[in-house]
Design a protein around this ligand. Sequence first.
Ligand code: G6P
Length: 587
Amino acid sequence: MCGIFGYVSRDPRGASVVLEGLRFLEYRGYDSWGIAVVGDQEILSQKATGKIAGAHTDLPPSAVALGHTRWATHGGVTYANAHPHLGCGRRFALIHNGIVENHQALRLELRSDHVFSSQTDTEVLVHLLEEEIESASDLTKALLAVFRRVEGLSAVAVVDAYTSEVAVAKNGSPVALGWANDGVYLASDANALIEHTRRIAFLEDGQAAGLSSNGVRLFEARSGHELDLDWCEVTWDAQKAGLNGYAHFMDKEIHEQPRVVQEIAVEKQDRARDLASLISRARDVYLIGCGSAHHAALSGRYMLSEVAGRGSTCAVASEMSLVYPQLSPESLVIALSQSGETIDVLDAVKGARERGATVAALVNSEGSALDRLADLSILLNCGPERCVLATKSYTAQLAVLQLTAHALSFDVERGTDELRNAALRLQELLDRDSTRRVIDEVARRTGDHEHLFILGRHRNYPLALEAALKIKEVSYMHAEGFAAGELKHGVIALVTPGTPCFILAPDSDFRREALAAAAEVRARGAFTVGFSPEDNADFDITIKTTDFASAPYEIAGASQLLAYRLALLRGCDPDKPRNLAKSVTVR
Ligand code: G6P
C-alpha cells in the first residue's frame, strides 16, 4: 500500500534521492505519486498519476524532500488526490498512509476559510496543521496536536518550508528512520533505506519524530515527552533486493526458492525446536495469516497433524473473531506474514494477546511490527520480496512449518533431510528445459479461458488454493482451487469442453480419488493437467513431481512459473498486478 520516503540533509539531491526511494517502494502497489521539496521559504511539488518507472523529477535542488506513492482509498486516482497535500499556503506539504476515519468531523472543526483541492481523507490534516502551528512551539508539536485528533491507523509526515524540518507520527502504519553520513531518512519500509544506511530505528505506534539537519528527536505522541532513540544495525543483504539479470522480481524470486528452502533446512533447526516446544506446551494452537500466508498456515495444519499427530486450527486473520472465544493464556497463536505489517494479522495478534495467548510469528521482515510483537519470532530470512505476489516467503513458511512438525515428533533431522531434498528437487524442476516447455504449452492452451480449476485432496488442498491464488492475482483469470471431494458439490457445473482443470496427485495418498476426479472432468471435455510423478490416461499434460515431501515445493514452483507465463501471455505486469498491494496496512 502507500509508500513514504523522506530525506533531510545538507546535500541538495533531495528530490532525486526521494524519487529513487519511491521507485524502491513501487512494489507495495500504488496508482499515483508525488514529491515535495523545500524551495525559497515555500514548498515546491511534483505529482503524477500512473507509474513512476520512467519518471524524472524537475524539482530544483533541495536538501529536504518528502515523497509518497498513493494507493487510492478515499477519492479516485487523480492528480489532485495524489499526495503531498499543500494546504492553503505553500508552507507545509503533508503525506499520509492509512485512513483518517473521522475526516468529515475534523473538517467541520476547521475555520471556514480553508480551501480544499482534493477528495481525500488526508487533506484535512494539512489544514489542521496550519491552525495548530499557530499555538505550537515547533513542527513536531503541531503535528502531534493534529495526530491526537485523528481516529484510525495512520502514518503522517510533513515538511515545513520555513524551518526545513520534517515531522512524522505513526499509529499502525510502519515507519523506519535511517541514519546515514549524508543525512537522515524515513521510509515506510526499512528495506528502502539499506542502500543508504544500515543504521535503522523503527517508530513504534504512538510515537513521533522530528528530523532536521541537526539530527532526529523522538517523542511519545500522547504525552509529548522526549524518548531515547534506539538505533540498530540491520544485517540484510542489499544485493538480494536487485533484479540480478531477471526481467521481473517474480521470476527472480521464484528461482530463489531452492536456496531459501535449503537455508531453512540447515539454519532453522533450533528455531523449529523452540516453536515445537511452545506447541507441545499449549493447550490449543491456532495458525493464522492472510492470502498466501494463510495458505501456508493451512498446509501447516496438515503437517502438524500428519507428522506429529497434533491438532490445530487454522483461520484467516481477518476472521479471528471465530476463535477469540476459545483463547486463553494456554493458547498459542502462530501468525504467518511476509511483511509483518498486515493490519488484519496485527489486529488478530493483539486481540490474542489481550486474551493472554502466547504469540509466535513466522515473518520475513526483520524489525516489522509482528516481529517485534511476538513472544517468539522466527525470521524467514529469504531476503526482500519485491514482487507483490508472495512466492519465496510462502515456500519459506512451508519449510519452517515442515521442520517444526518434525521437531514436534522429536526428529528435526528428518525434517532437515526432507527439506534439503525438496530444495534439490525444486532446483531440478526449475532448471529443466522440459519444465519450461510444458509450462509454456499449458499457458498457451489455457491462457484464453475464463475459468481454471485446481483440485487437490487432503494435504494438496491448500496447495490448490495457493496455486489458484497465484494465477488469479497475476493473470486476472478466474482460477479456483478447491478440495477435490467437493467437485460434485458445485464446481463440476462449470466444467465445459476445454475448461482447464489441474489435478494435484503427487503421491499415493488419495491418488485414486484424484484420478477419479480427473476422469470425471475429462468426461465433460475438460483439458486436464496432472501434477504427478506419472502420466495418466486422464491427464492431457503431466507436470512431473517426485516424492511426497518435495511435492509442495514442486507444485508451488511449477504453478508460480505458470502464473508468471500466463501473466506475460496476457499482457499483465507480473510484479505489480492491478489493485493489489504487497502489504495491506489498512482495514
Ligand atoms: C497481500 C499480498 C499477498 C500476501 C498477503 C499477506 O494480499 O498481495 O501476496 O500473501 O497480503 O501479506 P503478508 O505480508 O502478511 O504475508
